[in-house]
Ligand binder design. Structure first.
Ligand SMILES: *Cc1c(COP(=O)(O)O)cnc(C)c1O
Length: 379
């Protein structure tokens, strides 16, 4: 038996949706892309959406649309996947890491403020594990300092902040549809925004910087005519993927409820065990429960035992600046104390829609057994 930490849930209806596209005229640049964009925009309450090949390039596109360029600085959290910082590097800008709040593990607004310089252009808060960041404070700081806010909501599709869905407010918000995320398209991503200028730049960037839109052309030489206006890429997503996404989106609320149910089961099982720290829950938000992260002493020993028992635990995340690439490129003296402390103790336990209560009970039993044995031995 092997229980992974995260996994997609594919229904017969999902499969049929993909097969239908294969029988249709368009495999890419067809009608499913716009349909998927409209459905996600409607779900999160945003005006515009741009579907794109994956979450990482969604971040790249959002940085491009923000006008981030050489010499700029972009503030993000160290407790995230490398892509949240790499997107600044793709634009020639410098990622700057602001430490986390030790309760929520999200970027701390005070730490953002401390790291602002005359070069700072944008902030990329990451809604870690699906729990929204302190967005009122962050948007306030951004407005005062003329910064663009790009929310990395790869964990937070369906989450809400003070009654507002993540994606419905702020400059730009990105989602990922990698198989471990809430809904999947295999690979895939989306940027949502309420700003038409950003929307236009995102669409250009996704497809080589090329447009056929008569309002944007500098001249018009005929019906065949198009222009490349900026340097873009081929970051398109296919109709095959978007058909899967449209079908998956119909079950998103079910996916989230199950994740919430499993999270509460974990919390109840662990809350009375000394030396397991369960996740902190912010009252005014609804998490989308992407990850279930506990803190333990002796993380390495407990992690190894759980893996041996067939449980696909993981660690989210190694502080980004600790990676050799960053260490070799000017980050060797960076230290975010709370992030480094957190990194020493965290384990992500399995959490996904198809995880059964029996499987979860097995995970719970093993975690409690190992925590008790190993922590006692070490004292
Ligand atoms: C998954 C993820 C990404 C990248 O998404 P991909 O679709 O895998 O490229 C970016 N940021 C965070 C926080 C993620 O979890």
């Amino acid at each position: 038996m092997y229980i992974p930490y995260g996994k997609q849930s594919i229904s017969e209806e999902d499969i049929q949706a993909v097969v239908d596209v294969l029988h249709s005229d368009y495999l890419t640049t067809g009608p499913k892309i716009e349909e998927f964009e409209k459905e996600v925009a409607k779900y999160v309450g945003a005006k515009y959406a741009v579907a794109i090949s994956n979450g990482t390039v969604a971040l790249h596109a959002a940085c491009f649309a923000s006008g981030i360029t050489k010499g700029d600085e972009v503030i993000t959290t160290p407790i995230t996947f490398a892509a949240s910082a790499n997107c600044a590097l793709y634009c020639g800008a410098k990622p700057v890491f602001a430490d986390i709040d030790p309760n929520t593990y999200n970027i701390s607004p005070e730490e953002i403020e401390k790291n602002i310089t005359s070069k700072t252009k944008a902030v990329i808060p990451v809604h870690y594990s699906g729990q929204p960041c302190d967005m009122d404070e962050i948007i306030n700081i951004a407005e005062k300092n003329n910064l663009i806010v790009i929310q990395d909501a790869a964990h937070a599709l369906g989450a809400d902040y003070k009654g507002m869905k993540i994606g419905s407010f702020g400059d730009m918000t990105i989602f990922s549809f990698h198989p471990v995320k809430h809904i999947t398209t295999g690979e895939g991503g989306m940027i949502v925004t309420n700003n038409e200028e950003f929307y236009k730049r995102l669409k250009l960037f996704r497809s080589h910087g090329i447009t056929r839109d008569k309002d944007m052309l500098e001249k018009d030489e005929g019906a065949w005519y198009y222009e490349q206006l900026v340097l873009g890429y081929n970051y398109r997503i296919t109709d095959i993927q978007c058909a899967l996404g449209i079908s998956q989106l119909k079950r998103l609320d079910k996916f989230i409820s199950k994740r919430r149910f499993l999270t509460e089961r974990y919390n109840n099982a662990f809350k009375n065990t000394d030396s397991i720290k369960i996740p902190y829950i912010k009252e005014e938000c609804n998490s989308s429960h992407h990850l279930y992260v506990i803190q333990v002493k002796n993380r390495k020993e407990i992690f190894d035992k759980l893996r041996e028992a067939g449980i696909g635990v993981n660690v989210h995340y190694i502080p980004v600046y600790k990676h050799p690439y960053y260490q070799r490129n000017g980050y060797e003296n960076v230290c975010c104390i709370n992030a480094e402390k957190l990194y020493k103790h965290i384990i992500s336990l399995p959490l996904y829609y198809d995880l059964t209560e029996e499987q979860q009970d097995y995970v719970i039993e093993k975690v409690i057994e190992y925590v008790k044995n190993i922590v006692q031995y070490s004292i």
